[in-house]
Ligand binder design. Structure first.
Ligand SMILES: [Zn+2]
Length: 81
């Protein structure tokens, strides 16, 4: 529990770090053309993005849990450095 609270505080207090780990590459499969879209985490911050391959609309909230997990993993990793 302490780790979670600590991580939360860590994320809230590290605006500069936010920029760093938001550049981590993240991949999702396009729901329409099934191609893998690989972009930095911050590219997925928008609710709706368009697929670079088929130009289809991708709702990122379907991937929100994964995105947040990736960010947390990244933050945790950097905290250990
Ligand atoms: Zn697509």
């Amino acid at each position: 529990m302490n780790n979670v609270a600590g991580l939360f505080i860590y994320i809230c207090h590290s605006a500069a770090m936010d920029n760093l780990f938001s550049n981590e590459p993240f991949a999702i499969a396009c729901p329409k053309c099934k191609k893998e879209i690989i972009k930095p985490l911050n590219w997925f911050k928008k609710d709706i993005v368009s697929c670079p391959f088929c130009k289809g609309i991708v709702h990122t909230r379907k991937f929100r849990a994964k995105l947040e997990a990736a960010e947390k993993t990244s933050a945790q990793f950097r905290k250990k450095l």
